[in-house]
Ligand binder design. Sequence first.
Ligand code: 2P0
Length: 327
Amino acid sequence: MTKTRVTARAHTNIALIKYWGKRDTELFLPMNSSLSLTLDEFYTDTTVSLIEGNSDQFVLNGELQEIKEINKISQFIDLFRKVAGHQSAIKVESTNHVPTAAGLASSASAFAALGTALNELFELNFDQTTLSTFVRQGSGSATRSIFGGFVEWQMGTKSDGSDSCANKIDNADWNIAMLTIPVNTGKKEISSREGMKLTVETSPFYPAWVEQAGKDLITIKEAISQRDFIRLGEITEANGMKMHGTMLGATPPFSYWEPLTVKVLQRIREIRGLGLPCYYTMDAGPNVKVICQANQADQIKQLLDDTFPNNPTIISGVGRDAYILSA
Ligand code: 2P0
């Protein structure tokens, strides 16, 4: 190995067709394929360096992390060390450029940045699709953050997960933007990992979700290939709501929605009624994301900010592939 220190950047992504449920929790194999948009506004920068000794170190946003977090990262680094045939301890220094006010999870960009940096440090030369199968084992949604634009994570069929990978399906360079309306940016009570597990195990709506997600994926890919924004938005909105529906069927039932969430969704529908196409989606939290046309993003933000002055909307354009900043 000739390199001793590498820095990589990966952007976060928001699913339009959601990943909700695993068929294998060890390998992070999903029950359904998903499709996302990578966002340019939110990203993680991660530096990995070779260090002396036997223990990895992990510094996140300038703070030395506890053993529990280090162990999680060490397990992930082991996947790369194993292939590289190296035993070296690694120091990981990571900075999330996700405004805390956005209430967005950063595990997607975090594991995608770390995996991209390790691929370079260990000179593994994985192509992006192969790399996506590795970062998947840190966090499912990280699979999609290896690529920019519209990205599909194919669930795959193999039990070893080697075909559960991401591919870019479109650059999304046709006037696409995404808005984030922060509703509550505090820590949620049920992590997405726990939430999806409970849903898979107990919700009678879950099999219908898997079936619908498969159909929605086919139609959204058609809409993308035809650059049909309205259809893209309608499918996005319907798919997100179906995912949230599965949770109400769980035992015990749960929901990430808050009263303000409902008001924001209602306002988006009103804005759409004014002739501004915009469509909402939500993840495992109360915050709302809206896909819109980039040349109308400022106008829609203004309308939202007028109604919700304490929850200013954040505009993001389309993000690029994960990449090496320095090596
Ligand atoms: C998604 N979410 O497709 C879905 C929609 C949340 C709702 O991926 O357990 O942090 O690490 O694989 O990727 C968030 O879940 O879960 C997520 P793990 P992850 O974006």
